[in-house]
Design a binder for this molecule. Structure first.
Ligand code: GLC
Length: 672
């Protein structure tokens, strides 16, 4: 290694185990290059001041919830690579992203920043993002490890989780994403089973390092370390931000024998390795600002989800006359609040203007921005807005309404999953006078659409899609882009159908008594209807699935092949999903679990064969008594579908592993 730890004094070593300020590592009295870190998952957010808005401008990419809805690992890679160019331009070495926490409740304020309710999809997309960033010579920080599934009480509450749910659900995205060897992993604020993540040697060393094979540096979330020596003992290498007491506390612990010089040197070496990576990595900017914007638009186009399109009201016609309503269409929410919010210089055109450009013969009118932003103004603004808009919208072929839910962001959760009530009322009022309502959901996470869904003809989930949100939405609305996104989280019929409902724990402990039954696993278990299922998304094309065959290619390895045909006259892309179910399990297992997916691009009339490989881990569950992954000899259903609730093909296989295999698999960690 370039830097010799022996050239550092004890003080320099101890100061190296915490930041120099909030965004840099220590220089060890000028002996070392400092590593610069900055947020975030939706683009570079490099602070130059203390206030939320004092950040350098950069390209505002779609949030990771929309990136996940593309179901395209290559686009996740492109997303990461695009943000990396902004990092290089601004002298940032490590991007504090991606967030990969599983979406356990739609109330979580940061769900927009996360990828999915399913660990396999979340891990796969996080891996793509990490590769994209790091191939550019910029590091990442896979976060927040672990079980940080709400914002409320995130600084105090312990997530109480059984071993099977930890391994099969909450740690699984990190296990998959760590295969990309992120330069750093960021621990979360919360405790897990009673021990702060920052001090949790089981999570940080036994699991992350020794079992998952993580070779990088573990950094705390900002302010997540409580007891300095316990975090070092747990192999948390870098405390952020700087805390002047850290060195003193570590020195005292060293004198008292709570920690050893080896413990300290282990962490110092990890910081030195990070510095060396930052110094030696080859960084090359490959995109212009305009190209980064184009990437943001293209990822948004691929991630937006068409949820309803009754009477094929979309795409809009070039001969139509339309009214565009709602402030969102003029000034959309491009990202959630907090450390993920990017300040962009890009000024989006209002949606109405973009539609008029794309449909020159159409008659498109827009309402002014109702500025429904404070309660007093809300009421007056809302009523005036409504009267004025209804008159304009009267008699139009269709009305396009952009709507928001509650504010979403870091350090707080939503109180409900309904739209802002003014927007629910606006939809209902417009629907009284026009039967062709098209709703654009400018929201960061699942929404309860039940109050109004039957009153509208079409719904496009635009999500928080960054600086290209209006261009992407306009392109889909006019049919220039064929929508291909699919939901990476279930939209339940209402909050009370979720496992936790309005419950948020007591501030000290939240028991994850739902176990492995999270997201679609939960709704399947209780056979609950949902508004829009996990993996659901409409296209302007139609796809047929056929000819499922399964080839056994190893003792517990299979090749699953099936054909997907575009039976429409429009080219498009389909996300084919593969789920597995064990028929007679010895433990309670979900009705189905996602174990593979492929996004396949098909011209009109084209048919392609899709191939998905399955291995031991595809069938395994976590066998707690043995602390190992285990495949029970049994029959397994292999299901292929267009969503978790739209299975098109199904075949079963019988797995009969000889006892010696069972024993050998139990005796060793099964890497996936
Ligand atoms: C915040 C967030 C984390 C972010 C860090 C630096 O508290 O939890 O995601 O990267 O601090 O802003």
């Amino acid at each position: 290694m370039k830097y010799d730890i022996n050239k550092l004094t004890l003080d320099e070593k101890l100061n190296l185990l915490m930041g120099d300020g909030a965004w840099k590592t220590s220089s060890a009295n000028g002996k070392l290059r400092q590593v610069v870190v900055a947020d975030g998952p939706s683009g570079l957010r490099k602070m130059y001041g203390k206030s939320e808005t004092e950040t350098e401008t950069a390209t505002a990419m779609p949030t990771l919830s929309i990136v996940a809805s593309t179901w395209d690992e290559e686009l996740a890679r492109l997303d990461g690579a695009t943000i990396a160019d902004d990092c290089i331009e601004h002298g940032v070495d490590v991007l504090l992203a991606p967030g990969a926490n599983v979406k356990r409740t739609p109330l979580n304020g940061r769900n927009f920043e996360y990828l999915s309710e399913d660990p396999y999809l979340a891990g796969t997309m996080a891996r793509g993002f990490i590769n994209g960033v790091q191939e550019k010579g910029i590091g990442t920080s896979l976060k927040h490890y672990a079980a940080n599934n709400r914002e409320i009480y995130r600084l105090s509450q312990s997530s109480e989780i059984g071993e099977r749910a930890l391994r099969e659900i909450y740690l699984r995205p990190f296990e998959i994403a760590v295969k990309a060897q992120p330069w750093t992993v960021m621990c979360s604020y919360n405790a897990v089973n009673g021990v702060l993540a920052a001090e949790n040697g089981y999570l940080l060393k036994e699991i992350l390092r020794d079992t998952f094979g993580f070779e990088g540096l573990i950094v705390s979330d900002w302010g997540a370390v409580y007891e300095a020596f316990r975090s070092v003992k747990a192999t948390l290498d870098l405390r952020m931000p700087q805390d002047k007491r850290h060195a003193e506390q570590l020195k005292e612990a060293l004198d008292k024998g709570y920690i050893t010089m080896d413990d300290i040197d282990y962490c110092v070496n990890n910081v030195l390795k990070l510095i060396e990576k930052a110094e030696t990595a080859e960084k090359k900017i490959e995109t212009t600002k305009e190209q980064r914007h184009e990437n943001a638009v293209n990822i948004a186009k691929a991630g937006m989800v068409l949820l309803k399109n009754e009477d094929n009201i979309l795409p809009l016609k070039n001969s139509g006359n339309y009214f565009v309503a709602g402030g969102v269409a003029i000034d959309p929410v491009i990202g959630g609040i907090g450390s993920a919010l990017v300040q962009t210089e890009y000024k989006q055109k209002p949606l109405g203007e973009l539609l008029a450009e794309k449909l020159p013969n159409a008659d498109i009118q827009s309402s002014e921005n109702p500025h429904i932003n404070t309660w007093a103004v809300r009421r007056r603004a809302y009523l005036a807005y409504l009267k004025n808009s209804l008159v304009k919208a009267y008699g139009k072929d269709a009305v396009i309404i952009g709507v928001n839910g509650e504010e979403e962001g870091e350090s707080f959760d939503r109180r409900s999953i309904r739209l802002e009530k003014e927007y629910e009322l606006i939809i209902k009022e417009f629907a009284k006078y026009n039967k062709n309502i098209i709703v654009l959901l400018n929201v960061g996470s699942a929404i309860d659409v039940s109050p109004w869904i039957d009153d509208v003809k079409a719904v496009l989930y635009t999500g928080f899609s960054g600086e290209g949100i209006n261009e992407a939405a306009a392109s889909i609305l006019v049919g220039e882009t064929n929508p291909s996104g699919k939901l990476a989280e279930t939209f339940p019929i209402c909050l009370y159908d979720t496992y936790t409902g309005e419950e948020v724990g007591n501030g000290f402990v939240e028991s994850y008594t739902d176990g492995v039954f999270v997201g679609y696993r939960h709704y399947d278990k209780y056979d609950l209807d949902v508004a829009f299922p996990f993996g659901f998304g409409l296209s302007y094309s139609k796809f047929k699935y056929d000819n499922l065959r399964i080839e056994k290619v190893g003792e517990c390895d299979y090749k699953v092949l099936f054909d997907v045909e575009n039976i429409s006259g429009i080219g498009g892309a389909e996300v084919a999903q593969l789920y597995i179910k064990e028929v007679f399990p010895m433990v309670e297992r979900p009705e189905k679990e996602l174990k593979g997916f492929k996004k396949v691009f098909l011209k009109a009339g084209e048919k392609k064969t899709v191939e998905i490989e399955l291995n031991y881990r595809s069938f395994a569950y976590y066998l707690t008594p043995y602390k190992r992954w285990h495949v029970q000899n049994d029959i397994y259903e292999i299901m292929v579908g267009a969503s978790s609730r739209d299975i098109r093909l199904q075949k079963s296989v019988k797995i009969e592993l000889p006892p010696e295999t069972q024993q050998s698999q139990i005796n060793k960690n099964i890497a996936e």
